[in-house]
Design a protein around this ligand. Structure first.
Ligand SMILES: [Zn+2]
Length: 397
């Protein structure tokens, strides 16, 4: 992860949706003399960021919970007062696909304005077959109109909905609904590439998670887990055992979890913005994971309750200041490894011939400035598959 090549004096040639060549400017200008020229002005051009963990399909933001948390109320008490994830579920169920599309579109464009060109987007605030399908159809609709690449994930197992929690056999009935009704519906419409489960004590157990993800794998989906966020419960170990593409959160991962994950092909996706926003002093053991040989990705966890940020470079700042990554490691975590967390590493996340023309230009002379100007908006342009995602100050024509 330390091997991020930073080069100067080079140009990038783009042909269609792909990068055709990277090399000395004078050589490329000769080989591609009739190409449209975009002058980057000697600034930092990075691979477009890959935000591999977001919950961007939601309705009303839950800003009122921030003060409640600051005053000392815990998650259970906020939920008892009608807040928490169940508030987002009630809200999303009452909204139409059109309404949700407009709201999500603006939020995804904010991500693009920070240099993100690939975004994983989860469902998970519907928790009924029709509302989960509605959320995934919003993602499909936006994928067709936005230039950025959207990767849809079905997260019907985000929480046990209220109406099932109140039933004596509600847990097992909801798991049955997920596996026998929701999943076949999602798979038959081809609405998701991944399935995800919130595997955490009090939400879905290890056994329930295994059941849901095993069924998802049989339905042809890639696998992800929300694992070991608050308490170590064997989530990372399960991710490695079932061959998940990523295990996400991991602030409470055990020693054995670190070892097992580092030896596996599962990417450890860390979400430092969430812990910061919740006021926790604990962060995932990024150094231990990397030093053990694990692949670490960084993501925003953009969601209305615990991480309402679209500022990807700020997450890189936290990667350096809270997780003790080097700047090179933070860039790799936000590009190459983010792509690996979405099974896209063979064509996304690098500025190299044959890779997707996903680029982000920053008002900075040195790559180290990107995480340095923390909270700042330094991205002046981003492109996905060669198309403009965020025209800030750069005129292409
Ligand atoms: Zn999440």
């Amino acid at each position: 992860m330390r091997d991020a090549a930073i080069v100067t004096g080079v140009a990038v040639a783009v042909a269609g949706a792909e990068i055709a060549a990277v090399g000395p400017q004078h050589e490329l200008e000769r080989s591609y003399h009739d190409a449209t020229r975009v002058d980057c002005g000697g600034r930092v051009l990075a691979p477009g960021f890959v935000d591999s963990h977001t919950h961007a399909i939601f309705g009303r933001p839950r800003f009122e919970e921030q003060e409640l948390r600051a005053s000392g109320l815990d998650y259970m008490e906020i939920a008892r007062r009608g807040g928490g994830i169940h508030a987002s579920v009630r809200d999303l169920r009452a909204r139409s696909e059109d309404e949700l599309s407009v709201m999500a579109r603006g939020r995804l464009q904010r991500l693009a304005a920070y240099g993100v060109t690939t975004v994983e987007v989860k469902s998970g605030y519907g928790l009924t077959p029709e509302d989960e399908l509605k959320s995934l159809r919003v993602i499909r609709r936006l994928a067709a109109v936005l230039p950025m690449r959207l990767v849809p994930t079905w997260l019907g197992a985000h929480e046990i909905p209220h109406e099932y929690r109140e039933l004596p056999e509600g847990r097992s009935e909801y798991v049955h609904l997920l596996v026998s009704t929701m999943l076949p519906g999602v798979a038959s419409e081809g609405l998701a590439l991944f399935a995800d489960v919130f595997c955490e004590p009090g939400v879905f157990t290890i056994d329930e998670t295994r059941t849901i993800l095993t069924a998802a794998r049989s339905a042809g989906l890639g696998l992800k887990l929300h694992a070991d966020e608050l308490r170590p419960s064997g989530g990372a170990e399960l991710a490695a055992e079932i061959g998940a593409t990523s295990a996400d959160h991991l602030a409470a991962i055990s020693e054995s979890g670190i070892r097992v994950l580092a030896e596996s092909n599962t990417v450890a996706t860390l979400l430092p913005g969430t812990m910061l926003f919740l006021g926790k002093d604990k962060q995932a053991p990024a150094r231990a994971l990397i030093d053990a040989g694990g692949a670490v990705a960084l993501a925003t966890d953009f969601n209305p309750g615990t991480s309402p940020t679209t500022n990807f470079p700020l997450i890189m700042t936290l990667g350096v200041s809270q997780l003790r990554l080097s700047v090179a490691e933070a860039f790799i975590a936000g590009t190459v490894n983010g792509a690996a967390a979405l099974s896209l590493a063979d064509r996304v996340g690098q500025i190299a011939p044959g890779f997707s023309a996903d680029l982000a230009l920053f008002d900075a002379a040195d790559a180290r400035e990107v995480p340095y100007w923390y909270g700042d908006q330094r991205c002046v342009g981003s492109w996905a598959k060669g198309r403009v995602c965020h025209p800030h100050t750069v005129e292409l024509h």
